[in-house]
Design a protein around this ligand. Structure first.
Ligand SMILES: Nc1ncnc2c1ncn2[C@@H]1O[C@H](COP(=O)(O)OP(=O)(O)OP(=O)(O)O)[C@@H](O)[C@H]1O
Length: 359
């Protein structure tokens, strides 16, 4: 007699079409699925409450249980406070990879294991996971749909989290996801794509969000020689490489090249002065490979949508690395993630550090 043990999985449901299809796909594959929605945002939580209702509807449609976990404190401490202190210190923090690690995957797996006795979690992220027996590691790969690929935001996950995760949409084109949603007649089938960071979508702009927390303190906008060219309303309104909205009339286009929080100054210069041959990166996480001890060649994305460029990676002590670009790069932004790839495999990544020469 064979005993059929049903595989169990907890699916993170945002109320969007991707996670709905992830849950429905696993359900149709025979998994015992539990839906889990994290309640993330305080105050302006309209998108969260709508999301919770839509997620509940999907669970009812699929006939699966739905759990909601109040994660507002975790989100506030790990994302809102992280963003506010980062912008106050003159960097442009990346919230999504931090959110995935500390708010979503980590706590979701803990909840799945401790409360539900389930060892697997799934999300609607577009990325793939492969086990490599030779290195005994789980590797993170780009999604098949290169336009939707979200691997960049997942570079900071651990081996333990990767081993426990399933990305049912990694092999699909977005159009196929929509088709599946229609086939399964999911309520979320026609829901529009989210266009931006959840905080930006809920508040209209990052500026509106930050202005709730950071008071506007006027300061100088200066050129690279320290000459005052204008005034700003708060350094948190600026990011490296920014050209628009500086309010300065100049014969040549000017870009933000550095933000000096100590002196409350924004430093602007021509395109060449916002271009760097190298940078250093901290809090490095090697995800798919063992940490290298000698220099390696890779390609790097310095922003989510930036084109990968070739780079030499020099490992440094203390979870840091130096990146030497084959071609100097424009607008390398402290606080954003530098994520390394070898073809479709994501090797690792970390947070771009401040360029000490620029301030
Ligand atoms: N509040 C949440 N609770 C639980 N899981 C979540 C939540 N928000 C996002 N997720 C999970 O993370 C995945 C990626 O989230 P992201 O915010 O990038 O949404 P998305 O790509 O627009 O997907 P979706 O269409 O499912 O909203 C989602 O597919 C979902 O599995």
């Amino acid at each position: 007699m064979s005993i059929h043990v049903m595989k169990k999985v907890v699916v993170g449901l945002s109320g969007g079409v991707d996670s709905s299809v992830a849950a429905a796909t696993l359900h149709h594959q025979g998994y015992e699925v539990v839906g889990l929605t994290l309640w993330l945002m305080k105050g302006k939580g309209q998108c969260c409450s709508e999301g919770m209702v839509d997620a509940a509807f999907i669970c009812e449609q699929l006939g699966i249980p739905h759990h909601i976990v109040d994660s507002r404190e975790v989100f506030q401490a790990n994302i809102v406070d992280y963003l506010v202190s980062g912008y106050e210190s003159g960097i442009t923090p990346l919230p999504c990879s931090q959110c995935n690690k500390t708010v979503k995957f980590g706590p979701m797996l803990a909840y799945a294991r401790e409360t539900l006795g389930i060892d697997k979690i799934a999300t609607g992220h577009y990325a793939r996971i492969r086990y490599d027996a030779k290195s005994d590691r789980y590797q993170l790969l780009r999604a098949v749909d290169s336009n939707k690929d979200q691997s960049y935001f997942l570079y900071d996950l651990s081996q333990e989290l990767l081993a426990a995760s399933i990305f049912p949409l990694g092999e699909l084109e977005k159009t196929q996801t929509r088709q599946l949603a229609a086939e399964y007649q999911l309520k979320t089938a026609a829901k529009p794509e989210s266009q931006d960071l959840c905080l930006v979508e809920s508040h209209g702009s990052m500026r509106t969000f930050l202005d709730q927390y950071i008071s506007q303190t006027t300061g100088d906008i200066v050129d690279t020689n320290g000459k005052v060219l204008g005034q700003h309303q708060g350094i948190h309104h600026y990011t490296i490489g920014q050209r628009k909205g500086l309010g300065i009339a100049a014969p040549e286009p000017l870009y933000v090249v550095a933000i000096d929080a100590g002196a409350n100054r924004v430093i602007v210069g021509d395109r060449a002065s916002a271009t760097q041959p190298d940078c250093t990166v901290g809090r490095v996480n090697w995800i798919s490979i063992h940490p290298p001890t000698t220099p390696i060649q890779a390609s790097v994305q310095v922003r989510y949508r930036s084109h990968p460029v070739d780079v030499t990676v020099i490992p440094l002590d203390g979870n840091r690395m130096k990146l030497i670009f084959d071609q100097p790069q424009f607008s390398i932004t402290p606080g954003q993630a530098a994520v390394l790839y070898d073809g479709e495999m994501l090797l690792g990544g970390g947070i771009i550090e401040r360029n000490q020469d620029a301030v």
